[in-house]
Design a protein around this ligand. Structure first.
Ligand SMILES: CC(C)(COP(=O)(O)OP(=O)(O)OC[C@H]1O[C@@H](n2cnc3c(N)ncnc32)[C@H](O)[C@@H]1OP(=O)(O)O)[C@@H](O)C(=O)NCCC(=O)NCCS
Length: 387
């Protein structure tokens, strides 16, 4: 495999938008192309990560977006892997460029759901679970993650206040992120008093429904050298891992861990040939606060049952020893499903180029992204390095 480089990464603002999925995707893609300093005709292929464009009566986004960029002949297909669509698209681009098939690719993730009311959006999202056994029986994602939270609380004594601490930190980080859905500081009391969505998870334990898009130009090392004239100071994909898990929770022996995260993390670390100690910060899939705690344990950053204590002690803050979600995470930066994994890369790109003003992780050089589909039916983990 050849080394794969991230030439640029860009994002729209996340939140409620009046733009359509195609308009959001084109905004992010054009920004990524501009900041890469390339002409659109240099893009040889693309992946669009998206889960719910049919809710806008539009499938087959690849040709729509490539035509909008003025390159209709360039092949592009949609990658749908529920909430891990973005991470999966990055993985596929890494494979294609690494194998030498293409030198320059566009990855663009997008979601537009704010046209749907809460019940309809919840129903659409539940199509990403094992619908016959879960969604159709009324078990929405908040309910399924509530079951996961209960199991973790029972086994490890995890407390609701510790879950709340994740939300407080991520809302604080998002205050400094111009792309974020929420710019609202909250306290533990605010979380504890917020309406219960699915006990023990409350409004502030949940990510919101967000619209948004994120894009990146990935390329070979030689292509990056040709465009920038530099042989160093690029963001490289150092390790990539991908794994699956059962679609439904009832098929799992243990709800306190997502096996897909464990396996994808292991593959990424093994390919990168580094250890957790060398990672300067993580962007993990905190669709609910419990998910950040479990991710930190599944990826080996804390022993089982100890991540919640680390959150409480401030170790996961931007200035802590294991910074998690400096962007604000899905919780506060927002979760436009198809865009989320690519958006994590945007944060990594800004951080590793030391351009994350107000939320910069000091001396960041190596970072990890973790993107989960549904309750762990799929997972993509990537390790990036600035060198
Ligand atoms: C929690 C949830 C049900 C709230 O939705 P809702 O009741 O329709 O909320 P509304 O859009 O009516 O917003 C009501 C208020 O709460 C705020 N809000 C909504 N969701 C929020 C969230 N997750 N966190 C913080 N604030 C939120 C809104 O900004 C709004 O504030 P305002 O009154 O000051 O404008 C919804 O956000 C949800 O289901 N989230 C999880 C999505 C999901 O499952 N994703 C997939 C993960 S696997």
């Amino acid at each position: 495999m050849r080394d794969v480089c991230v030439l640029s990464a860009a994002s729209t603002k996340y939140g409620k938008s009046d733009l359509s999925a195609r308009e959001l995707a084109l905004e992010a893609a054009k920004q990524a192309i501009l900041s890469a300093g390339i002409d659109p005709t240099e893009i040889q292929a693309g992946f669009v990560s998206n889960a719910f464009s049919l809710s806008e009566k539009q499938g087959h986004l690849g040709p729509i977006i490539m035509s909008g960029l003025g390159i209709p002949d360039v092949p592009a297909s949609t990658i749908e892997s529920a909430c891990s669509s973005g991470g999966s698209a990055i993985r596929e681009a890494w494979v294609n460029i690494g194998a030498g098939l293409y030198d320059c690719m566009l990855v663009v993730g997008v979601e537009k759901v704010s046209q749907l009311d809460t019940i309809t959006a919840t129903t659409y999202f539940s199509f990403g679970s094992d619908y016959i056994f879960e969604g159709a029986c009324g078990a929405s994602f908040p309910g399924l993650y509530a079951a996961i939270a209960r199991a973790h609380m029972r086994r490890y004594g995890t407390k609701e206040e510790q879950l709340a601490q994740v939300a407080v930190k991520n809302h604080e980080n998002a205050l400094h992120n111009p792309h974020a859905h929420f710019h609202k500081k909250i306290t533990i009391e605010d979380v504890m008093r917020s309406p219960v969505v699915a006990s023990p998870l409350k409004l502030y334990d949940a990510c919101p429904f967000s619209d948004g898009a994120a894009a990146a130009i990935l390329c070979s090392e030689e292509f990056a050298k040709k465009i920038t004239g530099r042989t160093s100071e690029h963001v490289f994909i150092r390790g990539s891992g991908r794994a699956g898990g059962t679609g439904a929770l009832h098929q799992r022996p243990d709800l306190t861990s997502l096996n897909a995260s464990v396996l994808a993390g292991r593959e990424a670390f093994s390919r990168a040939q580094i250890t957790q100690k060398e990672i300067d910060f993580l962007e993990v899939h905190d669709c609910f606060t419990i998910a950040e705690i479990i991710a930190a344990e599944d990826l080996g950053f804390f022993p089982r049952g100890e991540a919640s204590k680390a959150e409480e002690e401030g170790r996961t803050r931007i200035d802590g020893d294991v910074p998690i979600n400096p962007s604000g995470g899905l919780k506060a930066k927002g979760h436009p499903v198809g865009a989320t994994g690519v958006g994590q890369l945007v944060e990594v790109f800004e951080q590793l180029n030391h351009k994350a003003e107000g939320r910069q992780v000091k001396d960041a050089r190596v970072a990890l992204t973790h993107n989960v589909g549904a309750t762990g039916g799929s997972c993509a983990v990537h390790i990036f390095e600035f060198r």
